[in-house]
Write a protein that binds this ligand. Structure first.
Ligand SMILES: *[C@@H]1O[C@H](CO)[C@@H](O)[C@H](O)[C@H]1NC(C)=O
Ligand SMILES: *[C@@H]1O[C@H](CO)[C@@H](O)[C@H](O)[C@H]1NC(C)=O
Ligand SMILES: *[C@@H]1O[C@H](CO)[C@@H](O)[C@H](O)[C@H]1NC(C)=O
Ligand SMILES: *[C@@H]1O[C@H](CO)[C@@H](O)[C@H](O)[C@H]1NC(C)=O
Ligand SMILES: *[C@@H]1O[C@H](CO)[C@@H](O)[C@H](O)[C@H]1NC(C)=O
Ligand SMILES: *[C@@H]1O[C@H](CO)[C@@H](O)[C@H](O)[C@H]1NC(C)=O
Ligand SMILES: *[C@@H]1O[C@H](CO)[C@@H](O)[C@H](O)[C@H]1NC(C)=O
Ligand SMILES: *[C@@H]1O[C@H](CO)[C@@H](O)[C@H](O)[C@H]1NC(C)=O
Length: 834
């Protein structure tokens, strides 16, 4: 806290004049990203003269969009015109580099929806909610309830490595998106409360007397100083004189801000500033303030008390007089949580002796949230960044199956795997597959028992064929045969606490309002004495039920023959995983029953049965003729659900029983993954697999899992590949006389006959490349060696492409038709995938 008595010691030479103090701001060191701008393009923003560039070198995932034309003009900054959305993947990250380790940065994300997806009318009733993080530190919950507003999040961060990652987390409450991302270097002496892994997160920053937002070039750090909103109560005052500043001023509030202020109309009126903490966050944020003062006159006494939540903000309850044309501030040294944790109030009240009313030039309100210590390991991030930047890693690219076999080695890059890769204390999974590696891996990499390492063994095992004498730097030549995934490393950080912040995020959406315990008698009532049997679940029969309000339910009973003691762990595992994981493509758990000896799970009812039912034409469901487009959409949604299980949580969750029975269809044939009754989280870093009692269903079980008993997410990928083949062919996985579906398809593929593969019920109504793409993806998924299988994120990308091909075909045929009739377009409306 800056002591006002220091003013007495004020000597003119210790004070800088603000206009001179605006040191050459390093605008060249600004990173200005207009997210969603077409790849490779840039422009100069007219308001700031800052050059914005596209985001392609900072992120590999997501989709580019423009805001709709109706909202153009409403954007506060030009960067609001474009955005990048992330319909897949639980966590998508921008990597801002280069950063200087130990340097402080201002980071700002802006979010303008602009009805880019033509769904903005939903925002009013159910706002879009997603979390943003800096590295693994929670930053903010972005709450978009208006398509026309520009939402801003700002943070002051100390870089712990040579890059800063900003991540968007899908909480199942809408597709995350971002319009712009900016990074500005600050002095390390600025904002001392921002320390490694404890960023200062901005709640509000106001220039009380300004008429419009002040930023760069007025503020060399490009902070946004918003004008105050409470103008009718206050009188705005300003000066044209220069305002001086102490050389050790940690805030460096720009002159344009300090030269204006707000004061109340009379001494008897207090100047109040209030805010509310978000009520829905897991941990109440603690606030840190900066109150900025300078007076523009010295003839009359202006003296006041500053109260913060009713207590004096100035030590010992002293009164305060702002100095004349000198920047001064009051702040607090540690975060404060108010008594109720919700409402906060600054009240500036004139003393009896004061001649002039109270004033305030500017206010900054920051928050910090409780974080788990030992989060990001700088070594991990450094190593990953090295790889990513060196090899220009592109995710989600698997090669085009429609093209004939080709040798792209001349497009390949060569390089060496850095020794730093051996030192990955917190990375759980490192996927080096999909490359042609000739050479051996550094020993430390292979011996890292805490790491799940995936790689190809086509050219010999790079981990076993090592020569023990070569202990020096092992250099690998990496030749990429297709411009392919080099490394899709999943940074999985384990924290000692089982309820880490990250996990809570995964489970944020876990607060399903209806999640409740049912008694057996209630279930009997709901199901009308278990009168409507709708199927056989993993543990027993499934009954239809209905609540008083009409909500339809599916009640999965634990079959009476299986002893409760035996089924209990699995049952509770399902309850646990379902209540901590919620995503739009995963079936919602409404409640459960553990009454007496009865165990049951209560789900929302999915009215259109399972994918299995429709592919096999079961009679107890309305038979729907699934077009290729329907099938493609179902496959994509199911893949996204699985991808979320695998990557959306701090720990990957293996479904363990992926099959067409467990892909359920909603009213508009939307797909949801159900029955992760056998799911389990990886429990420990060192535990790269769980050996469990045989799980899964014949025909879908990963053969490698059968042999080894090791269960990883790749086993789900295998099973999902089988489901994809079912979707294409309409055939069951196993036909007694002709063997397994993977073998059957491989034979037909070798003959090159797509017609022989596609379900005859499709009547040749499909885009051939689209089917090929799905078959090719399925065959990748069902590779014998789990290390050669793609991740679900890659599968999602492939299925998107496949669906797009089919939709292009449909659009083409529709426009053909619509030339004939006026309403043709209506009758052929195409549901688009999310
Ligand atoms: C931007 O640059 C132009 C030309 O150099 C100059 O005229 C204009 O004043 C600058 N605008 C700002 C806001 O600095
Ligand atoms: C957007 O939605 C409206 C109605 O919800 C519809 O009339 C319009 O055609 C849609 N526009 C696009 C581009 O899909
Ligand atoms: C999101 O914002 C809307 C409108 O400001 C508000 O009504 C709603 O409570 C907010 N939701 C959360 C979870 O903060
Ligand atoms: C803000 O607007 C008022 C009224 O238009 C004007 O008198 C005042 O000078 C403006 N303040 C600044 C800082 O531009
Ligand atoms: C605006 O000022 C009035 C009077 O001081 C006060 O009652 C009100 O709470 C203030 N509003 C905000 C948002 O600070
Ligand atoms: C359910 O069965 C019990 C006894 O078996 C009977 O008393 C009750 O009336 C039945 N309830 C309904 C809704 O049929
Ligand atoms: C199924 O998915 C849709 C979105 O595709 C979602 O709106 C719905 O709530 C989900 N249904 C269940 C039962 O979870
Ligand atoms: C899904 O099931 C409901 C209720 O059984 C039925 O009315 C509806 O037509 C089905 N959906 C489709 C797309 O056929």
């Amino acid at each position: 806290m800056k002591c006002p008595s220091a003013l007495l010691l004020l000597a003119i030479f210790t004070v800088l004049v603000l206009s001179c103090a605006q040191q050459a701001s390093l605008v060249e060191d600004f990173i200005n990203i207009d997210c969603g701008l077409p790849s490779g393009s840039s422009y100069v923003d007219e308001k700031t003269n800052i050059t914005y560039i596209s985001d392609d070198q900072y992120i590999d995932t997501g989709e580019n969009h423009k805001i709709s034309s109706e909202h153009q003009g409403a954007e506060q900054f030009r960067s609001g015109l474009n955005l990048r959305s992330f319909p897949t993947g639980g966590r998508n990250c921008y990597t801002l580099y280069p950063a200087i380790k130990g340097q402080k940065y201002l980071i700002r994300g802006m979010f303008m929806h602009g009805n880019y997806d033509n769904k903005s009318q939903n925002l009013i009733s159910s706002p879009l909610l997603f979390d943003i993080c800096i590295g693994l530190n929670f930053w903010n919950q972005v709450n978009i309830s208006s398509a026309t507003m520009t939402y801003t999040s700002e943070a002051i961060v100390l870089a712990t490595v040579n890059s800063i990652s900003v991540c968007l987390l899908d909480n199942g409450k809408g597709t995350p998106f971002i319009s712009s991302l900016e990074m500005r270097p600050m002095k390390s002496s600025n904002y001392p409360a921002a320390t490694p892994n404890h960023p200062l997160l901005l709640q509000d920053r106001r220039s009380m007397g300004a008429n419009s937002t002040i930023r760069y070039p007025d503020d060399p750090y490009d902070r946004l100083w918003w004008p105050s909103q409470n103008t009718s109560e206050w009188i705005k005052i300003s000066t044209t004189s220069m305002v001086r500043r102490y050389p050790d001023d940690v805030y460096e509030v720009p002159a344009a801000v300090l030269k204006t202020a707000a004061m109340t109309s009379s001494n008897s009126t207090a100047l109040n500033f209030l805010w509310l903490a978000p009520a829905s966050w897991a941990a109440a944020p603690g606030y840190l303030l900066g109150l900025h003062f300078t007076d523009f006159q010295q003839e009359q006494l202006r003296e006041f008390h500053i109260y913060y939540n009713g207590k004096s903000f100035v030590p010992d309850g002293k009164s305060y007089s702002p100095p004349y044309l000198l920047a001064n501030y009051w702040n607090d040294s540690s975060p404060t949580v108010s008594d109720n944790g919700l409402s906060y109030k600054i009240s500036i009240v004139a003393t009896n002796a004061s001649v002039l009313p109270p004033m305030l030039n500017a206010i900054e309100v920051y928050y910090q949230v409780q974080q788990d210590e030992k989060m990001t390991s700088s070594e991990d991030v450094d190593a990953m960044m090295t790889i990513k930047i060196e090899y220009q890693v592109k995710k989600n690219w698997m090669g085009d199956p429609c093209l004939p076999e080709k040798n792209l080695s001349r497009n390949g890059l060569t390089g060496s795997v850095p020794e730093s890769l051996t030192n990955l204390p917190n990375i759980l999974v490192l996927d080096l597959s999909g490359n042609h590696l000739n050479g051996t891996f550094p020993e430390g990499l292979c011996k890292n028992r805490a790491l799940i390492l995936r790689y190809d063994t086509a050219n010999g095992d790079p981990c076993s064929s090592r020569s023990s004498k070569k202990k020096k730097k092992t250099v690998l030549a990496v030749a990429i045969v297709v411009p392919v995934v080099i490394v899709s490393a999943i940074l999985m950080f384990i924290s000692a606490k089982s309820k880490s912040r990250g996990q809570e995020h995964c489970g944020d959406h876990a607060h399903i309002p209806d999640n409740r315990e049912f008694t057996y008698d209630e279930l009997a009532k709901i199901t009308n004495n278990f009168s409507t049997f709708i199927g056989e679940g993993g543990f027993g029969p499934v009954f239809h039920g209905q609540l008083k309000d009409g909500t339809q339910l599916a009640i999965k009973m634990c079959s009476p023959t299986s002893t409760p003691g035996k089924g209990m762990p699995e049952f509770l595992a399902e309850v646990e995983s379902l209540t901590t994981v919620h995503h739009r493509y995963l079936v919602l758990l409404v409640g459960y029953c553990t009454d007496k000896d009865h165990l049951a799970l209560v789900y929302e009812y999915m009215p259109n049965g399972s994918l299995y039912d429709h592919l096999r034409e079961k009679t107890n469901f309305l038979y729907l003729k699934l077009s290729w487009q329907h099938r493609g959409r179902i496959a994509l949604e199911a893949a996204q659900g699985l991808d979320y299980l695998h990557t959306g949580c701090v720990l990957p969750i293996v479904h363990r029983d992926v099959k067409s029975h467990n892909i359920l269809l909603g009213c508009d044939l939307n797909a949801n993954i159900s029955d992760f009754g056998l799911s389990k989280s990886y429990l420990h870093v060192a535990q790269s697999h769980i050996t469990a009692t045989a799980a899964g269903t014949p025909g879908y079980i990963d053969p490698e899992y059968c042999r080894s008993g090791r269960l990883t997410v790749t086993s789900d990928v295998y099973s999902f590949g089988v489901v994809l083949l079912e979707i294409v062919t309409g055939e069951p996985p196993v036909i007694p006389t002709t063997g397994h579906i993977v073998q059957r398809i491989k034979e037909k593929v070798n003959m090159g006959k797509i017609e022989a593969i596609a379900d005859p019920r499709l009547h040749d109504e499909f885009d051939v490349s689209s089917i090929w793409k799905v078959v090719d993806t399925a065959l990748m998924c069902t590779k014998e060696a789990s290390s050669e299988r793609p991740t679900m994120s890659m599968v999602v990308a492939q299925l998107k492409d496949a669906l797009a091909l089919e939709q292009a075909r449909l659009r083409y045929s529709i426009s053909d038709i619509s030339q004939g009739g006026a309403n043709a377009e209506l009758s052929y409306s195409i549901p688009t995938p999310r």
